[in-house]
Design a protein around this ligand. Structure first.
Ligand code: PGA
Length: 232
C-alpha cells in the first residue's frame, strides 16, 4: 500500500523536521514491509532523509539549473538525493496555469532523469456531472504526452471537486474510475481527495486502489499514522 502526504504550502523547515521524526518513529514501530510512505514538503523544507520515508518534491522545473526565477531544478533536488516528484497536480494546472503540454514536458524530462513520478489527474465537477464516460474521456486526455508504461510511474486520481472540500468521491465513482484507468495502466493507482481517517479503510478496500495521496489529513503526523493504522 502507498501512503503519500502532500503538505502543499503548509509546514516550515522546522515543523517538517519534527513531523518526519515523529512519523519515522511511528513507522519504525509498525509492520510496514509491504508499504511505502512518501512525504512532499514545501521546497524550503526539502531534506535528505535517512529512514524508510521517501521525500519528494511537490514541483520543480525541467532543467538542471539556470535563469528560472522562483523555480528549483535538478541541482537543488540532488543536493538532498531527491528523485521523486509530483507532476500534474490540479492546483498547479488550475491556479498556476500549467498546460498539458507543459506538464508533459516536465514529465518527459524527469522521466529521462529516472525520477519516481506521481502523476496526478482528475476531473472538475462539470465533467463529473456528465457521467463516467465523459470523465473517462477527460482523464485520458490528461495522459497526452505521458508515457503510461514508464516503470517508475505512480498515477494519482484526484477529482478536483473532492480536493480539500471534505467531500471525497463515492466508492462507486472511485471503483469505476480506477477500473477504467486499469485498462491501460499497470503501475500503482492512488486515490486522492478528502481522504481522512474516517474513510481511508473503505477507500483502500476498493479494487484497483493501491494507495492514497493525502493533503489536509496528512498535516499532523498522528493523523497520518492513524490513517495508516485504519488502513491495515
Ligand atoms: P486533500 O488534498 O486531502 O486536502 O483533499 C489532496 C491533494 O490535493 O493531494
Amino acid at each position: 500500500m502507498i501512503f503519500a502526504a502532500n503538505f502543499k504550502m503548509n509546514h516550515t523547515r522546522a515543523s517538517t523536521q519534527q513531523y518526519l521524526n515523529s512519523l519515522q518513529k511511528g513507522l519504525d514501530s509498525r509492520d510496514m514491509q509491504d508499504d511505502e510512505v512518501f512525504v512532499f514538503p514545501p521546497s524550503t523544507a526539502l531534506c535528505s532523509w535517512n529512514g524508510s520515508i521517501t521525500i519528494g518534491a511537490q514541483n520543480a522545473y525541467y532543467q538542471i539549473n539556470g535563469a528560472y526565477t522562483g523555480e528549483i531544478g535538478l541541482e537543488q533536488l540532488q543536493e538532498f538525493d531527491i528523485d521523486t516528484i509530483l507532476i500534474g497536480h490540479s492546483e498547479r494546472r488550475s491556479i498556476l496555469g500549467e498546460s498539458q503540454e507543459f506538464v508533459s514536458k516536465k514529465f518527459q524530462w524527469f522521466k529521462e532523469h529516472n525520477f519516481r513520478i506521481i502523476y496526478c489527474i482528475g476531473e472538475p465537477l462539470e465533467l463529473r456531472e456528465k457521467g463516467d464516460e465523459a470523465v473517462a474521456q477527460f482523464l485520458w486526455e490528461q495522459f497526452n504526452g505521458i508515457d503510461i508504461n514508464y516503470d517508475r510511474l505512480i498515477v494519482a486520481y484526484e477529482p478536483v471537486w473532492a480536493i480539500g472540500t471534505g467531500l471525497s468521491a463515492k466508492s462507486e465513482q472511485i471503483a469505476n474510475t480506477h477500473r477504467e484507468l486499469r485498462k491501460k495502466i499497470s503501475s500503482p493507482i492512488l486515490y486522492g481527495g478528502s481522504v481522512k481517517p474516517e474513510n481511508v479503510k473503505e477507500i483502500l478496500s476498493i479494487e484497483n486502489v493501491d494507495g492514497v495521496l493525502v493533503g489536509s489529513a496528512s498535516l499532523k503526523a498522528d493523523s497520518f499514522l492513524e490513517m495508516i493504522d485504519k488502513a491495515k
